[in-house]
Design a protein around this ligand. Structure first.
Ligand code: SF4
Ligand code: SF4
Length: 167
């Protein structure tokens, strides 16, 4: 959807209804609570690497959707939030301490709960649960580390992790 269409879409939506229930959920999810402080200045967009390379991604627009509680747009299966690289540049730029990246992380967590996250995300979560790592350590990684003079990778206490993951 083009920028002009986005504008009219949100004008129309804001005149209709705001999904306060979803905003409440975002407020109670770690990192999402500051979304209401966004005043749409756009300072988070200028140096955002994801916005530079993806026409579908714009942190200011994501915050606008969050302000309106647009659950469908933000948590659908191919939501643009997954284009965020978690680089934290917007965290530094935002004059309102909204911490946009953390709002986006909160939205990703909501997607995971709703099972709308991509299979790749689910694989990473399973890997963390099983080994405490986002990627598998192979004999090749061990060999490369040795060649580079790096020490052995210590194992992660997965028992403690399991306790953290228990509901
Ligand atoms: S953390 Fe995400 S939204 Fe923020 S600047 Fe980086 S890529 Fe953009
Ligand atoms: S910089 Fe902060 S206040 Fe400005 S649009 Fe981005 S999130 Fe909102």
């Amino acid at each position: 959807m083009g920028k002009l269409c986005d504008f009219f879409h949100y004008q129309l939506m804001s005149s209709k209804s705001i999904n306060y229930q979803f905003k409440k959920k975002l407020n109670s999810t770690l990192g999402g609570e500051a979304h209401s402080y966004c005043y749409q200045c756009g300072a988070c967009v200028g140096d955002c690497p994801a916005a530079m390379y993806s026409v579908d991604f714009n942190p200011r627009e994501i915050l606008l959707q969050a302000l309106l509680g647009d659950e469908e747009a933000l948590t659908k299966k191919d939501s643009p939030i997954w284009n965020c690289t978690n680089c934290y540049t917007c965290y530094e730029r935002c004059p309102q301490a909204v911490r946009p990246v953390e709002v986006i992380i909160a939205l990703k967590n909501i997607c995971y709960q709703k099972m709308t996250a991509s299979p790749e995300v689910n694989q990473i979560v399973e890997s963390v649960k099983a080994s405490g790592r986002t990627v598998r350590i192979t004999s090749l990684s061990d060999r490369r580390r040795k060649e580079l003079g790096l020490g052995e990778i210590k194992s992660v206490p997965t028992d403690e992790l399991k306790e953290l993951f228990e509901p």
